[in-house]
Design a binder for this molecule. Sequence first.
Ligand code: ZN
Length: 540
Amino acid sequence: MTLRSRIVEGRDQEELKELEKGAPTIMIDEEAWITSEMIAVGALSPLHGFMTSEDYRSVLEEGRLSDGHPFPVVLSFAPAGKRNAETIKSQIKEGDTVLLINQQKEGVATLEVEEKWRYDKKERAQKIFGTTDEHHPGVRQVYQRMGDVSLAGHLTVYKRPDWGPFEPFRKTPEESREAIRKQKARDVVAFWTGANPVHRGHEHIQRNLMEHYDMLMAVPLVNMAKKEQITPEYRVACYEVLFKNYYPKHKVLLLPQKITYIFAGPREAVLHAIISRNYGATAIAFGRDYAGIGDYFGKYEAHTAFDEYDPGELGIKPVFFREVYYCVRCGHTVTDEVCKHGEEFRIGISGTGIRDLMRYGFLPPKEIVRPEIARLAIQGVVPKGLGPDGMAVGPPGKVIKRLFPFYLVAHRLGGQLRHKPLDWQGLDINNIRRALKEVRENSERILKDIYREVEYEADIDRSLTSKWVQDATVTAAEDQKLAIDLIRARLETAATPEEKAEIKKELDVAQRILKSIGKVITDREAKERVWNLREYGSYR
Ligand SMILES: [Zn+2]
């Protein structure tokens, strides 16, 4: 797919100077400016301007532009505000060139008005969010931030918004494709993240992908709505730390993105796919928690949005992953596709849980967030600490439910199940302390214990075995025999049949305990396990 790029810089700024003298002006907010930039650099290709009523309707109904190209979200330009409304009404007609100015009143882009059209906010809200209730945040955005008249047409951007700390990472689709070409990468997979610091669940998916794809395009969203999250600066820093310390340099491309409320809606995942494709990706991966990325993604699952399109016509392949968690019995991040163990072995990986655990004041377990990353993330969490009610964003029980499910069902990590699972609603911060302490102390212990048992039993060269275990076993057996001898001596002096029966019982139990004392494996016994039918050299 060819890219359309309509960014004009340098000499052509003269044109802008001319326009500033006479053209009607519309003031746009940061979001509209960012959107204009995306259109102009080709991030939303094949879209090259704001939608006409025909395209708008077609996308709303079919998820396609009027020419049939898949396009998941409507993109109308209906500037809000009295002054803008007045300008649109009295000064702008179809065929005009309009100057778009930013909040500082600088001219930043031009729009060649192809159509001036009125649209129905109620219909838009109903179609996209399934409700016209103003309490819904997406619906409120439609009512508050959009005017009644929409302008459609080609865009040319003269000045790009400053991306602040993310300026060094900013790439146009063309530049991104060039970076991919330079690495001779053919198959590139995109992976988007929202409010979360990059964690071991993401890492599990990314490493799986990197086995099969030439390059990972990591896309942290850096202009999330002002809701609880890790701040974008820290999230990007977390990614850099992961890449620097763990991934081969030629395998990764860090590409922060700004996506605005204008795109809100259930088909957001498809939009992310189209943007990724334009930036040069051939596949896009979705984890189970993808719903948390878009502001309004809500309960919609990413994959249902893709069902509307034939495989192939989007030009990028969606790949879906199941929920990742850490299993202490496997000693690994896993999904329920690859691990059969119960909840008593489970440490959950939930971004929401991780953020609240940090608000309660604790560094997350290394099993779910790399310590180098966690130490940055804990600094970047907002809001910080606890509210006046002594709670983080959610109650302590929710943190336990999300991160420490073992605590609800078992007496200890990997241990016996509780008679009745704990009710998470009754738990307080002390339960977080206990659960986290259990993880810190014992998450590695299960595999270690099993290995220790088995190595003691199976090593043939006994030089590395824990001699003290052998010694303790020998001693225990000797001591037990000592006790048995004494009991047996007493049996001979028993006066009554009742007394005799009682001592017999005692002797019986003591002998059974002797049998259950661990087997002592001697050097000789171990060596007897080595045998070959044929001469050794014949195997070489
Ligand atoms: Zn497992």
